[in-house]
Design a protein around this ligand. Structure first.
Ligand SMILES: Cc1cc2nc3c(=O)[nH]c(=O)nc-3n(C[C@H](O)[C@H](O)[C@H](O)COP(=O)(O)O)c2cc1C
Length: 183
């Protein structure tokens, strides 16, 4: 891949979930994407990435634990109800966690590494023709989601990534130009 092709791939990634609902996302492809996430820079090589895949009934399970936590947190009933079915919107939802470090600084660096890895994963998914959509874990639901996923205690749920085979090419909104200052 030449630099222009890489730039095109980076620019073509979009947060989007217009997908073919009948076409499953192969688990071994998701495993490959997770492996690529782990090629991101990672200070002290702490390997903080945690992954769990929800497919089929797992998506409703994920929605239900999140909705229950939102209810406890005090979210309005309509938002709680929406959350129950929310993860059925794509054939697969990949949960990505960032393990706690042994100091607050290391925990922050782990989160940076995990976010960098997620971008690897999103770009690779885009190259395969998958639509991806990075959603946050709703407030109050972090620990129940981490427990459902079997993540290490203290893990921050960094992303709930909707995955499915894209059925359209989304438009690319303009970005402001980067400002490079001189020191
Ligand atoms: C840490 C993080 C959390 C995000 N959480 C959400 C979310 O909860 N809901 C959502 O609609 N988009 C979420 N996004 C996606 C952004 O909204 C999206 O990247 C942005 O709209 C730009 O669109 P693009 O990715 O197509 O360029 C999140 C992105 C990041 C990096």
């Amino acid at each position: 891949m030449n630099p222009e092709e890489l730039a095109d791939l980076i620019r073509s990634r979009r947060t989007d979930m217009v997908v073919d609902h009948e076409r499953p996302v192969p688990r071994d492809l998701v495993e490959q994407l997770c492996d690529l996430a782990m090629w991101a820079p990672n200070h002290k090589r702490t390997w903080p990435w945690q992954f769990a895949l929800a497919e089929g009934d797992g998506r409703a399970k994920l929605g239900n634990v999140i909705a229950d936590a939102m209810e406890v947190y005090g979210d309005p009933p309509e938002r709680v109800l929406k959350a129950r079915g929310k993860y059925l919107r794509t054939p697969a939802v990949l949960v990505v966690g960032s393990a706690a470090g042994d100091t607050p600084d290391r925990t922050a660096e782990n989160r940076d590494a995990v976010a960098a890895g997620i971008q690897n994963l999103l770009l690779a998914a885009t190259a395969h023709g998958l639509a991806t959509y990075w959603g946050s874990c709703p407030k109050g639901a972090n620990d129940v989601v981490a427990a459902l996923c079997g993540f290490e205690p203290g893990t921050h749920v960094a992303a709930l990534i909707y995955l499915g085979w894209a059925t359209h090419i989304p438009g690319a909104p303009e970005r402001p130009p980067a400002q490079l200052r001189t020191i």
